[in-house]
Design a protein around this ligand. Structure first.
Ligand code: HEM
Length: 529
């Protein structure tokens, strides 16, 4: 009986096994066929896609993508594959543009389909940055947020902030004269002060001020969360459902931490503004105050949510980019002292030495303007721009560009093209011949493209000019000396990330005369009263 049963059972088992084996075999054959078919389809469509380095099946270029300073490799590849190149990572297409003309043709002239942002699961969905202006997809919400922000940064109202920017520039220069080691921290503090004052009307009390520290923390969280290639969940979204206690899956915990910081950064300065803006109106309304004054209780909770998410982006957009630009300026002055002398000579000739420079002097200082432009070109703060995403299939120059592609403008490559900027690694403000039309060609690239181009451009121009002109008018930027009394000129070494900064920039700000320093001290003291 048992043997019959056993036989029957073993027969059933072997039948199941046979069935199991044949199903597994069928699935494998189907998978293989699908894969081969996909590769054949890709092979025939690829010849009309932009060229690029060899793509491996399935993983594409995943193993070739440079982790550090990717713009250097992209620029090298652009010489081989041309100004519009395609890379694939696990089926995700990436278009890298290394020509200003192509970037304009696609990202500006066709901006209605090139203005989305790529979907980032880690930063957008898990950490909660998805509704910030910088990650917002192109659509109604985006337009609403953009309008709120652009209104306060248009050239016609930007002069409102000049006093604020000049005063912060003076405090910054004095702080570095007194403590040269504080170059980076003082720059961070004073630039953040300008932005918090302009956005919420809030005056930062010092480095421990919670609104300042939360602002910095949220920016750090955002940079980490958006680090390209750092989060497998961005490529395999299903991973977001794995509990955080599973070894190796701590990212959901990290995302929750960032979400908490973001919540505080969104609401704390907004509530402060809500309580204080009417009292602050005498100083001219800040971004948040003018929205509240115009809309007040009319703002729906959805609009309020979009507004706080737009305002927090202003802080994020304006801080690291400006710090990077100032550090690059200082590095240029240390490495190219003849440029510094020439810029100082222009300031002395135009403004003299009896007063401090003003932002309104910009128009009469073409060489200083060229120095600022050359900083944007020499070390662009955002060397690969902020990626856009393509909303629908497109054709350009006989090439097929597929919907959903991530679009990366290789700003570094465009601004270091030797056929346009000879000796691109040299710092040469003379290359613009003092012509604004030539300088605009640089800023049109460095500040982004089309409907996503940086809304803070005019504001940034004011802050950067105020700091650069004040430093040059009051100080010589000089290198530090080592223990043997030798000058230490820092090498050009850059951090790697979406926003880059030169590393180890050490210097001293040496007042050019006792008299100019007195003028500076007096101005700072008067402003503080
Ligand atoms: C040297 C200074 C700066 C540089 C180089 C810079 C550069 C950029 C770039 C390249 C983008 C992306 C554009 C694109 O997607 O095509 C951007 C976006 C943005 N910037 Fe700036 N920026 C600077 C300063 C500022 C300042 C001072 C503010 C505000 C006060 C600001 C606010 C923003 C915002 C809100 C966005 C997001 C726009 C959007 O996604 O639609 N930026 N910036």
């Amino acid at each position: 009986m048992h043997s019959v049963l056993a036989q029957a059972a073993s027969g059933a088992l072997s039948f199941e096994l046979r069935l199991g084996q044949s199903s597994v075999l069928t699935i494998c054959i189907l998978a293989l066929l699908t894969f081969v078919l996909r590769e054949i389809v890709l092979y025939f469509t690829r010849h009309s896609m932009p060229p690029g380095p060899f793509r491996w099946p399935v993983i594409g270029n995943a193993l070739q993508l440079p982790q550090d300073h990717p713009w250097v490799k992209y620029t090298e590849w652009a010489k081989m594959y041309g100004p519009l190149m395609q890379l694939d990572v696990l089926g995700q297409h990436m278009l890298v543009i290394t020509s200003a003309q192509t970037a304009r043709d696609l990202m500006e002239k066709r901006s209605s389909i090139y203005s989305d942002r790529p979907h980032l699961v880690m930063a957008g969905d898990l950490a909660g940055f998805g509704d910030t202006l910088i990650l917002q997809n192109y659509g109604e919400e985006f337009r609403y947020q953009r309008k709120l922000v652009s209104h306060s940064f248009s050239p016609s109202v930007i002069h409102r902030y000049y006093d604020l920017q000049e005063a912060a520039a003076r405090r910054l220069v004095l702080a570095v004269i007194e403590d040269p080691d504080s170059l980076e921290s003082s720059t961070r503090l004073h630039i953040a002060s300008i932005i918090l004052r302009m956005t919420y009307g809030y005056t930062v009390k010092g480095v421990d001020d919670p609104l300042f520290t939360t602002g910095i923390a949220v920016i750090n969280g955002f940079s980490e969360a958006t680090r390209p290639g750092a989060w497998p969940v961005d490529f395999v979204p299903i991973l977001q459902y794995v509990p955080h206690w599973v070894p190796g899956f701590v990212f959901t915990k990290k995302a929750r931490e960032w979400r908490g910081v973001l919540e505080r950064a969104l609401w704390a300065p907004y509530y402060w503004c809500k309580e204080n803006y009417a009292r602050d109106a005498a100083h001219g309304l800040c971004l948040c105050g003018s929205i509240l004054a115009a809309e007040g209780s009319q703002l729906s909770s959805d609009q309020e949510w979009l507004f706080v998410n737009a305002a927090v982006t202003v802080m994020g957009g304006g801080l690291d980019t400006n710090i990077s630009t100032i550090l690059s300026f200082v590095l240029a002055m240390l490495r190219f002292p003849e440029v510094q002398k020439k810029a100082q000579a222009e300031i002395d000739a135009v403004i003299g030495t009896n007063r401090l420079p003003l932002i309104s002097d910009r128009h009469s200082l073409p060489y200083v303007r060229s120095v600022v432009t050359e900083v944007y070109r020499w070390i662009p703060a955002v060397p690969l721009g902020i990626p856009h995403a393509l909303r629908q299939d497109d054709h350009y120059d006989g090439l097929f560009l597929s919907k959903g592609s991530v679009v990366v403008p290789n700003v570094w490559g465009m601004l270091h093209d030797p056929s346009i900027y000879p000796a691109p690694h040299e710092f040469k403000p003379e290359r613009y011949g003092g012509l604004d039309a030539e300088m605009t060609k640089v800023t049109d690239i460095a500040f982004g493209f089309g409907r996503r181009a940086c809304p803070g451009f005019y504001f940034a121009e004011g802050t950067i000019f105020a700091i650069v002109a004040t430093v040059l008018a009051i100080c010589d930027v000089v290198p530090t000396v080592d223990e043997h009394g030798q000058e230490v000129i820092p090498e050009v070494s850059l951090t790697s990330g979406a926003i880059v900064s030169p590393e180890n920039v050490k210097c001293a700000f040496r007042p050019r005369s006792g008299r100019v320093k007195d003028i500076l001290v007096e101005a700072v003291e008067t402003e503080q009263e």
